[in-house]
Design a binder for this molecule. Structure first.
Ligand SMILES: Nc1ncnc2c1ncn2[C@@H]1O[C@H](COP(=O)(O)OP(=O)(O)O)[C@@H](O)[C@H]1O
Ligand SMILES: [Mg+2]
Length: 261
């Protein structure tokens, strides 16, 4: 078995003349729960897209379980479940929750894309993990933001990925949903042994669950346990002086003013 879920060496990615990622090195272990933290424009989404093989690096190497995502895209996409930051679902087509989750299974099939009984069972299982097994027939667009986010995570889980990539899964949902989503991600990681790479600008909801956190702003400023990285002198390199860290019940939290660099 591959030791690393993701291995990144000396990665540089540019858009025209904007350098989004510069000389990034990152080794994520199989089974790890890793958070990538950084402000807007830090290159977080770009990094995920490179792991998915959607962007060609200018320099450097990316491996997912030993495969090159750019040249072995099919293999890599079978190993990954991806929850994008923005999801384009047409409001003109009313889909049930079950249909949205099944999209995760059908995307891998050739047309005509007809769900098998196995697909339906996998979709139900994924909905159960996110705590929405009763919602199969509900109209997706009528759910709350937090419930929609859970359904989209279930959609990424249908194919039973070894690695789950989440782009800001806690942004724009209420505090209670943030806590519930964080808790089932933890369970998915510990119980179902799914490796999780989550991008976030706010670490606090998951700080107790992540194994390590990487601080990214174009390059990686720090990587380690939350206790090692959540220090005012480290965070201020990226967030400036409006960062405060405090410990509560033996856990570190960071308060970050809305600083724009
Ligand atoms: N498609 C694109 N074309 C040009 N510039 C882009 C594109 N996508 C992202 N960028 C730029 O790359 C940098 C990193 O963006 P992004 O990866 O989206 O950061 P984050 O997800 O951390 O907010 C930003 O400066 C952003 O403006
Ligand atoms: Mg982003």
């Amino acid at each position: 078995m591959e030791k690393y879920a993701v291995k990144i060496e000396d990665l540089t990615i540019t858009y025209d003349d904007v350098v989004a990622i510069e000389n990034v090195n990152l080794e994520m272990l199989d089974g790890e729960f890793l958070a990538i933290m950084g402000p807007n424009g830090a290159g977080k989404t770009t990094l995920l897209k490179a792991i998915l093989g959607l962007i060609k690096p200018v320099r450097g190497k990316v491996e997912v379980y030993g495969y090159n995502p750019f040249h072995e895209g099919d293999k890599v996409r079978h190993l990954i479940g991806y929850v994008p930051q923005k999801v384009m679902l047409s409001k003109a087509v009313r889909l049930t929750v079950g249909e949205v989750v099944l999209m995760g299974a059908l995307a891998r099939k050739y047309p005509p894309r007809i769900p098998s009984e196995k697909d339906v069972n996998s979709a139900l299982e994924a909905l159960k993990i996110v705590g929405l097994e009763e919602f199969w027939n509900r109209d997706f667009l009528e759910l709350s933001g937090g419930q929609q986010r859970r359904v989209l995570i279930a959609r990424a889980l249908v194919s039973k990925p070894k690695l789950l990539l989440l782009d800001e899964p806690l942004t724009g949902v209420d505090v209670r949903s943030q806590a519930e989503i964080s808790a089932f991600l933890n369970e998915l990681n510990r119980k179902h042994k799914v490796s999780i790479l989550m991008v976030t600008h706010d670490l606090n909801p998951v700080v107790e669950y992540v194994d390590r956190v990487a601080l990214l702003f174009r390059k990686i400023y720090a990587i380690g346990t939350p206790e090692e990285v959540l220090k005012e002198d480290i965070l201020s390199k990226v967030y400036g002086s409006r960062v405060r860290v405090f410990a509560y019940g033996g856990v570190c939290f960071a308060i970050i003013g809305d600083v724009h660099r």
